[in-house]
Design a protein around this ligand. Structure first.
Ligand SMILES: [Zn+2]
Length: 110
């Protein structure tokens, strides 16, 4: 019997079109603000690691529980904050006195 061969010819003949885009598949990503980002990519294409959220501009990823670009739990510290943290109060006072002394000298000259 040739029923299976006929069916295969029917499905392959119906594929393709004048769009030029080929087949596409929907992808749903989530940004860290909870926005649902839905877009279409080519069926053969690999899903991108991240996709820019059109609503907030943040990167979105496939896992709603772990979106890319998430802020680190540890707050960002400036270099100055580190320096101030490491310095003892005595050192800080000495530096301040030094700075004031230099300022005074400069003023005395002018
Ligand atoms: Zn967003």
């Amino acid at each position: 019997m040739t029923t299976s061969a006929g069916a295969r010819r029917a499905t392959s003949g119906s594929s393709g079109g004048p769009t030029g885009w080929g087949r596409q598949r929907p992808v749903v990503y989530w940004c860290r603000h909870g926005h649902r980002v839905e877009f279409l990519i080519a069926a053969e294409a690999e899903t991108p690691a991240s996709w820019e959220c059109p609503r907030c501009g943040e990167p979105a990823g496939p896992d709603p529980g772990d979106p890319p670009g998430r802020q680190r739990a540890e707050p960002y510290k400036t270099h100055l904050a580190y320096v101030q943290e490491r310095r003892t109060p005595e050192e800080g006072e000495a530096l301040l006195a030094e700075a004031l002394d230099a300022l005074r000298r400069r003023r005395g000259r002018a």
